[in-house]
Design a binder for this molecule. Structure first.
Ligand code: SF4
Length: 247
């Protein structure tokens, strides 16, 4: 079995705990307006690697991982290559490596065959980094091209099985930077018991040049990056500092 690889970061420090070997996979079915890696969308690539090749490569960096580090698989959307992920993480676990998936959850369903594969994958996954791209399903579709119902269900399933998650929320003026939606997102987060960390990721335009290079129209040209005050506001609301305002 081979994975379709976009790129590898050998010293990742933001994609999970500690220092991590981050494998970015090719392919994503979402079309987030703020995506800074549109070059990962197309699943086609000549860069194919087996789980053994990746584990061998990752192990060269093991000394730098310390107590907490390990391997993160990101994308693109890693769950689109779930068979490959299962094999990769099963091998990682045989080496005692901490495993983490950075996913937007779009492929999740409780239907077969995916659900059994996902359950298998969760046996060898230590942590998931999950995005709530928008709490309102209709706006989620405008923002990402897909509704969020199955993604919300994935959060619920991970809570049911007590799988630790970090939540990441892109703060995008005009879409997610509205107190109404921030409070709704907070109310949802409060129903979960497995959330270990909540990160607010301020919108930036660092990926804009990639959209232009690929010939895709970039619709957020006029959108401003959020102010420090709005970022702090989102951090406070999502982390429960203003829970007295929840309806
Ligand atoms: S899910 Fe991630 S990779 Fe896919 S379009 Fe959205 S931001 Fe980009």
């Amino acid at each position: 079995m081979q994975g379709r690889i976009h790129s590898i970061e050998t010293f990742g420090s933001v994609d999970g705990p500690g220092i991590r070997f981050v494998i970015f996979l090719k392919g994503c079915a979402m079309r987030c307006l703020f995506c800074h890696n549109p070059d990962t969308w197309d699943p086609k690539t000549d860069n194919l690697k087996t789980p053994d090749e990746l584990i061998d490569q990752a192990l060269r960096y093991k000394d730098y991982w310390g107590e907490e580090g390990g391997i993160t698989v990101s994308g693109g959307e890693p769950l689109l290559q779930i068979d490959f992920l299962i094999e990769l993480f099963q091998k990682a676990k045989r080496h005692g490596i901490n495993t983490c998936i950075d996913t937007a959850g779009q492929p999740f369903t409780r239907k077969e065959p995916f659900f059994s594969q996902f359950q298998e994958l969760m046996k060898v996954t230590d942590l998931l980094l999950m995005d709530i791209k928008h709490i309102d399903s209709k706006i989620h579709r405008e923002l990402t091209s897909v509704p969020n119902d199955n993604i919300i269900d994935m959060f619920r399933y991970l809570d049911e099985i007590h799988k630790p998650i970090w939540i990441r929320h892109v703060l995008l003026p005009g879409y997610t930077d509205d107190d109404k939606y921030l409070y709704e997102t907070r109310a949802f987060i409060k129903t979960l018991h497995n959330v270990k960390k909540i990160d607010v990721l301020p919108f930036h335009k660092m990926g804009e040049f990639k959209w232009e290079k690929l010939g895709y129209p970039y619709r957020l040209k006029e959108t401003k990056t959020p102010t420090k005050a709005r970022i702090q506001n989102a951090v406070d609301i999502l982390n429960g500092k203003n829970d007295e305002n929840l309806i």
